[in-house]
Design a protein around this ligand. Structure first.
Ligand code: IMP
Length: 427
């Protein structure tokens, strides 16, 4: 049985949730391996809409195991709220497994996220203010609190003492804020531990056992490649490794055992927060794209910046991820356009370049070189067969395939699970 992985190829919000939801129907296990509740994905099925931030999309299937790997940072309050919300709607979360080695996002991380952004002033990153950066900072500084700790009162107290010895100094002396009360936080976390206890385990072992038993494992990447801490638009990135290879550490799964990597590409580009965006369309066309695509953050409700498909950026992303095929999303959103722009190269200091510079100062200076494709001006939402797409829409798909040298095997034409065109042996 294969192990498959879905990864975002742009700045997140490519519509991965829906793709995972469709493809994971046949999977036995869906695994998240990085990030936290800074992610947000929407799944629409049978007229019901689910917005999730922490739980893997596969949790909606009753027989699918949902795993939260050790590469994640988890706000336990947010997790319990999400679990309760699904339970109330009749979704079983009995098959949820949480790594004992995943790190916790605690209230002081959220506070620090806010204070650090304020300190940066006009140089702010535009984070989701969910405490993600400070939680990963603590992990790297080896003063983090892990899921497994909240099951052991003495161990948790000791870990909190070490963390607060540092954080209370920072809060008091740098930010002039009040200190965190250790006993109060300890008591709250132990209560949460009781609720989460049945789900906490060694998830890499669980994944390995299921993989060895021939079950289909599905890895669900969060965010997008340009938000990757090492390969993204630093410093305007998130604090985790968002690329396909992060599955090795974040889930404890050997990278060589991943059989297929699916790159999710939105038919245009968006980003939230600050930072470089070469094909941004800061105009009424961009505004129309935002409205047509409902481009408002699931996590923060912020309007997303909108622009055109960017081939040099995609080439960078697809190379790093080693994508085998593409899932093209939100194709229907472009239906209102007479003409569609795609950046196929950049102009940098008078020279045409085909590759995205990894030096962000250079990328800032890049001007996109556009090709113009005809729009199709027809609603696509009811179409289920590739051959039934208008010729201009097929042209757009072919153009993307030629530029990336990868097949587009799945095309999403609407928010519902069923609004999809499957090609090339999928489905
Ligand atoms: P953080 O992850 O909250 O630290 O935010 C860092 C940057 O990543 C900000 O620009 C966020 O808007 C962006 N970001 C984080 N998660 C997502 C996501 O799931 N989709 C889009 N942008 C995200």
């Amino acid at each position: 049985m294969p192990a498959s992985l879905v990864v975002g190829t742009q700045w997140g919000d490519e519509g991965k949730g829906k793709i995972v939801d469709i493809l994971a129907e046949k999977a036995h296990m869906v695994v998240r391996y990085q990030g936290g509740n800074n992610a947000g994905h929407t799944v629409v099925n049978d007229q019901e809409k689910y917005e999730m931030h922490l739980l893997p999309s596969g949790v909606l299937y009753p027989d699918t195991m949902a795993v939260m790997g050790q590469g994640m940072v988890i706000d336990p309050w947010a997790l319990i709220e999400e679990m309760e919300g699904l339970k109330k709607r009749g979704v079983s979360i009995e098959n949820l497994y949480i790594s004992d080695s995943a790190h916790l996002v605690l209230p002081y991380h959220i506070l620090l996220d806010k204070l650090e952004e304020k300190l940066r002033g006009t140089d702010k990153l535009g984070t989701t203010v969910k405490g993600i950066g400070p939680a990963y900072t603590d992990k790297a500084a080896r003063r983090g609190i892990r899921m497994g700790d909240i099951l052991h009162p003495q161990r948790l107290k000791r870990s909190l003492e070490i963390a607060l010895r540092y954080h209370n100094q920072v809060l008091k002396k740098v930010f002039h804020e009040s200190c965190v009360d250790l006993e109060e936080l300890l008591a709250k976390l132990l209560d949460l531990g009781e609720i989460l206890k049945p789900h906490i385990c060694n998830t890499s072992l669980k994944i390995a056992q299921n993989w060895e038993a021939g079950r289909h494992i599905f890895f669900e990447g969060a965010h997008g490649t340009l938000l990757d801490i090492d390969n993204g638009s630093y410093p305007y990135v998130t604090s985790s490794s968002t690329v396909a290879g992060a599955v090795a550490g974040g889930a404890g799964f050997p990278p060589g055992n991943v059989d297929e990597i699916i790159g999710v590409v939105k038919a245009y580009t968006t980003r939230v927060g600050e930072g470089v965006f070469p094909t941004e369309e800061d105009s009424s066309t961009g505004d129309k794209l935002r409205e047509a695509g409902g481009e408002y953050g699931v996590t923060t409700r912020r309007p997303r910046r909108c622009g055109w498909l960017d081939i040099p950026l995609l080439k960078h992303s697809l190379r790093i991820n080693g994508a085998d095929w593409l899932a093209l999303t939100k194709m229907d959103v472009l239906s209102f356009m007479d003409e569609i722009q795609v950046a196929t190269a950049y102009k940098l200091d008078g020279e045409i370049i085909q590759e995205m510079p990894t030096d962000m100062e250079k990328l800032e200076r890049c001007e996109p070189v556009y090709e113009f494709l005809p729009g199709w001006k027809q609603d696509l939402q009811h179409i289920r067969e590739y051959e039934n797409l208008p010729s201009q829409a097929r042209e757009y798909v072919k153009f993307l395939e030629e530029k990336t040298h990868l097949p587009v095997k799945l095309i999403s034409v609407g928010p519902d699970r069923k609004q999809v065109i499957l090609r090339g042996g999928i489905g």
